[in-house]
Design a protein around this ligand. Structure first.
Ligand code: HEC
Length: 392
């Protein structure tokens, strides 16, 4: 299954096209005043939506849809031609009809999935250290006793629920669209008979708190996945954090979009070797007073324990402080590699989020491991899918 769709690039465009068509239509209805707002964003008015996730699971179905759309486009072109060319008109009309009739239309029930008013909502908060830490607090207060400290569904009250709470330590949170998770958290979940399986929390959480909680869920799940499997099996971004940099126009991590980033958590920034291939962000240990930005680094992270805790979640599934760790993010901001040996030397095993498992790279032994990691980060961008929509 191409969960990462590098194997079928055309699928990216098909999914993106379907998504844009639907959000564009929703926006148009909203501007025309035909749909209301729910939870701060335009409400999807239908009970169903296109199921991008099914196309992803079934390449054959996706191909059928693609050919049908091509046939439809052809029919439209023939109809337009028929308007202008009287003598050829019967043939053109016949051709258009044939294109529509002969197209391999997929069964509609395979293309549609149940929708809710917030299906197309997007998380309006940046994925930041502050949001993750805020979300962690709400999780511990409201969710932990069912979903468990590690998010694996092993809370103390789990066994007493009508169905067992799912584990987040897997693809679940990445399969769902943001807005559908939001709906579950705010309005709860029901089984087929309409009995409540999870309570809703719209009374206890503001909208903003709910969105922060969703950022936390993914941060924790990514870190826990890394801890138990040794890989970031699902993509996770380097959280946005406030910075103080030599360059005054750079004030947070997101200002560096498009550059490779190295985040170094160490008490000794003077030992870091400058590397022109990436921007170096220094995360000082908790409680250390930083007066000047050291020469060897580009920026200092200024959010202290908040940054420490947020990074603890994404790389260990807990809010423990980091110790000597270096993290690498690619040009799109995804975390790709980690080195937690004190020595600071890199090995191929440190590439923790990869799209292929090819070993052919090892042939190029003349390069050092860090160079190979950087090259693979650039050569294998992540194109992954969330709720049937591709993000990259
Ligand atoms: C009383 C126990 C309980 C509490 C408290 C609870 N959950 Fe759940 N949660 C469940 C159960 C049970 C399910 C599975 C329900 C189902 O599949 O029908 C679930 C499912 C979920 C899902 C999966 C939704 C999906 O689309 O499959 C998410 C996300 C979730 N919970 C988040 C939260 C968050 C966030 C909180 C805290 C605000 C929370 N839960 C609090 C019991 C609980």
């Amino acid at each position: 299954m191409p969960e990462r769709i590098s194997d079928a690039p055309w699928l990216f465009w098909l999914l993106e096209g379907l998504h844009r068509t639907q959000t564009g239509l929703l926006q148009l209805l909203y501007v025309l005043g035909l749909v209301a707002e729910v939870d701060g964003q335009p409400a999807w008015p239908w009970a169903q939506r296109m199921a991008g996730e099914n196309l992803l699971l079934d390449l054959g179905l996706a191909r059928q849809l693609l050919w049908s759309l091509v046939a439809l486009a052809l029919a439209v072109v023939l109809l337009l031609l028929a308007c202008g060319w009287r003598r050829g008109r019967p043939w053109l009309l016949l051709g258009a009809l044939a294109a529509v009739l002969l197209a391999p239309w997929p069964a509609p029930q395979l293309l549609l999935a149940p929708a809710m008013p917030s299906s197309f909502h997007r998380n309006p908060l940046p994925f930041s250290d502050a949001a993750i830490v805020q979300g962690a607090g709400h999780y511990q207060r409201l969710c932990l006793h069912c979903h468990g400290a590690a998010g694996n569904g092993q809370g103390v009250d789990a066994a007493r629920q009508p169905v067992w709470p799912p584990s987040f330590v897997g693809p679940l949170l990445w399969r769902r669209a943001d807005g559908e998770l939001l709906h579950a958290v705010r309005h709860g979940l029901q089984d087929r008979e309409g009995r409540q399986t999870m309570p809703g929390f719209a009374e206890q959480l503001t909208l903003e708190q709910s969105w922060a909680l969703l950022h936390f869920l993914r941060a924790q799940a990514a870190g826990e996945l890394l801890r138990v499997s040794g890989n970031w099996g699902q993509p996770v971004a380097l959280p946005d954090m406030p910075l103080r940099c030599h360059r005054p126009d750079k004030q947070q991590v997101s200002d560096w979009q498009g550059q490779r980033l190295r985040l170094a958590s160490t008490p000794h920034p003077q030992d870091l070797l400058p590397d022109p291939r990436m921007v170096t962000l220094w995360l000082p240990p908790p409680g250390m007073a930083v007066r000047a930005i050291p020469e060897q680094v580009d920026c200092v992270v200024t959010s202290g324990t908040v940054a420490q805790q947020a990074l603890g979640w994404v790389q260990a599934g807990s809010n423990e402080t980091l110790g000597n760790v270096q993290l690498l993010a690619d040009k799109a901001g995804w975390l790709r590699a980690r080195n937690n040996r004190d020595a600071g030397s890199w090995s191929d095993e440190d590439l923790l989020c990869r799209t292929t498992d090819s070993k052919e790279e090892e042939a190029a032994a003349a390069e050092d491991a860090l160079t190979r990691i950087l090259r693979r980060m650039d050569a294998e961008p992540l194109g992954y899918v969330r709720g049937g929509r591709v993000h990259r």
